[in-house]
Write a protein of this length. Structure first.
Length: 187
């Protein structure tokens, strides 16, 4: 079935909230009829939705429609917190846990293992948020969190489930605070 979709609903027969999301994405930006029939359909590795709202004693049902290769690695729920504006110049990467060994003749033995996404970014926020953001980052220092650099589709690589390795807040000028944040994803 193309495209893949995820309907999220509240309690059965609930009047509160129900929504369906199409998460299938064409590999090319020029999606037309030819692309629909001949391009490979790719799906994002991670996806976030941050506008569900809060309901007392609510349940959430997630149904996946699509091919047999669909699976959910982690389904994370929680409150979101704004840590300011992610500035351009972020560095994305991975930490690869594969091993590469060479024998005395130079032949390689490669054992492919998992990798973790990494993100180094700078944030900007108002001075009035300094105490709150500093306390939040101190409180979640050893807690896996979903870090969302940007919710835009083209920047979905900035969504990482993991923990921060380091942060530094700089009180550079009277306009606001700058925070450098290093995030390591979980495998």
């Amino acid at each position: 079935m193309r495209p893949l979709s995820i309907p999220l609903t509240g309690l059965p027969n609930s009047p509160f909230w129900s929504e369906t999301f199409d998460i299938g994405i064409f590999e090319t930006d020029e999606a037309g009829w030819y692309d629909y029939f001949f391009s490979e359909l790719t799906t994002p590795d991670q996806w976030v939705y941050t506008d569900i709202g809060t309901y007392e004693n609510a349940a959430l049902r997630v149904t996946l429609y699509g091919g047999s290769e669909m699976e959910i690695g982690a389904l994370v729920f929680g409150r979101s917190r704004d840590l300011g504006c992610t500035l351009f110049g972020a560095n994305l990467g991975i930490t690869d846990y594969s091993t590469k060994e060479f024998d005395e003749f130079g032949r390689a033995t490669i054992i492919e293992r998992v990798y973790a996404n990494t993100l180094e970014c700078d944030l900007y926020f108002a001075h009035t948020q300094l105490r709150t953001i500093y306390k939040f980052l101190s409180d979640v220092r050893a807690t896996p969190v979903v870090w969302i650099g940007s919710e835009e589709d083209e920047f979905d690589a900035t969504i990482i489930y993991g923990f921060y390795k380091d942060f530094n807040i700089e009180l550079r000028d009277a306009s606001g605070c700058y925070c450098s944040l290093q995030i390591e994803g979980l495998t």
